[in-house]
Design a protein around this ligand. Structure first.
Ligand SMILES: NC(=O)c1ccc[n+]([C@@H]2O[C@H](COP(=O)([O-])OP(=O)(O)OC[C@H]3O[C@@H](n4cnc5c(N)ncnc54)[C@H](OP(=O)(O)O)[C@@H]3O)[C@@H](O)[C@H]2O)c1
Length: 329
């Protein structure tokens, strides 16, 4: 395990001395130029002489008890292979782990400038220096926190275009036994929280960043789910409703924003190997997935990258299933 909360799903390989040195260099210059107090404050190890906004101002939430770790080196090779002066820019929510983290790595490795959003603060122990100045700690279940994140992103982008927004963060609450929450078991407050994180936050982010997205002829990708279109034994009613709504929102926004030069699409993963999965997924995979294996977060990241690229320049309002054929059963 790396000690870096952003890389706990990463393969164990050591960062080279060159990468660490290069990262340290970038870190210095970026720390000197960055004016975004919120983003700076989101670094868990921010220097003490920096002005720290209040928790409410920053949208930062207290540490969740997750292990921020003690190892000094991050094991992920974050070599930004294609970085150029005119880097395209992407914002990714739910970047701290699972599918979101794989998306972040994919874009970073393809030379994009990546802004990350999650509750988990970035850590200075990670040598991916750009990440530290471009991470915003935000609670997507809190409307005020989302609005602050939009303001911070707009301030950081300035008059630069935004080329892609990936609304990936999502929650799937279970009952006390860890089983699916049926429609009649679920509290209204749980419905509201799930809708806020899974639907309204993507709406607020897209709406708030529309100007920069228009400037960049950008693409929005919403991460929906197979549960949005069929009963899933573990997913639960609130989650299914929210993903169904997210797919409908994708359709509505594709219709509305397409004429403004912004494409909006979604992906609907099936069983992908991340922390969100429940015990028993193996059985679903054996009985329902024609390809008879679980998916990898990278396989979702690849499709998201495609949808944000010029290769998908005439794709708008589509949903791509990434489930090994599970949806045909
Ligand atoms: N894995 C699957 O099989 C599967 C299948 C279908 C669809 N999906 C969808 O794919 C997306 C990613 O899922 P995943 O499997 O990678 O899940 P995951 O491992 O549980 O990661 C969820 C991410 O969302 C962030 N998040 C959750 N609540 C948040 C909040 N209140 N504010 C800000 N960020 C929040 C988490 O960051 P912090 O905890 O740091 O805030 C984390 O980065 C979700 O939308 C999920 O519904 C996954």
């Amino acid at each position: 395990m790396s000690g870096c909360p952003f890389h706990d799903d990463a393969p164990a390989a050591s960062a080279t001395a060159e990468q660490s040195a290069a990262s340290a260099q970038t870190s210095k210059s970026q720390a000197a130029t960055s004016q975004a107090a919120t983003s700076q404050a989101s670094m868990s190890q921010a220097p003490s002489n920096q002005v720290q906004p209040t928790q409410a101002q920053s949208g930062q939430v207290p540490a969740t008890g997750k292990d921020n770790g003690s190892a000094l080196a991050c094991p992920v090779s974050h070599v930004n292979s294609a970085a150029t002066a005119e880097q395209p820019t992407v914002v990714v929510t739910g970047a701290s782990q699972g599918i979101g983290h794989a998306i972040v790595r994919k874009f970073y490795e393809h030379g994009w400038k990546v802004y990350t959003l999650a509750r988990t603060p970035f850590t200075s122990k990670c040598p991916w220096a750009e990440g530290m100045t471009r991470h915003i700690s935000v609670d997507l279940s809190d409307e005020a926190s989302v609005r602050i994140a939009v303001d911070v992103l707009k301030e950081q982008l300035g008059d630069k275009p935004l080329n892609a927004l990936v609304n990936n963060a999502g929650i799937s609450p279970k009952n006390e036994q860890g089983l699916r929450l049926d429609a009649t078991q679920t509290n209204l407050s749980t419905y509201e929280k799930v809708m806020m994180v899974n639907v309204y936050a993507p709406l607020l982010l897209t709406r708030g960043l529309l100007g920069p997205l228009q400037n960049g002829k950008g693409a929005v990708v919403n991460v929906s789910s197979i549960a949005g279109s069929r009963i899933h034994p573990f997913a639960g009613a609130a989650y299914a409703m929210s993903k169904s709504a997210l797919s409908a929102l994708t359709r509505e926004m594709a219709y509305e924003l397409g004429r403004q030069g912004v494409r909006v699409n979604s992906v609907a993963p099936g069983e992908i190997e991340t922390a969100i999965l429940s015990a028993g997924t193996d059985k679903i995979v054996q009985t329902q997935v024609p390809m008879n294996r679980i998916g990898n977060p990278k396989e979702v990241a690849d499709v998201v990258m495609f949808l944000c690229s010029d290769a998908a320049s005439y794709v708008n309002g589509s949903e791509i299933q990434i489930d090994g054929g599970q949806h045909v059963g």
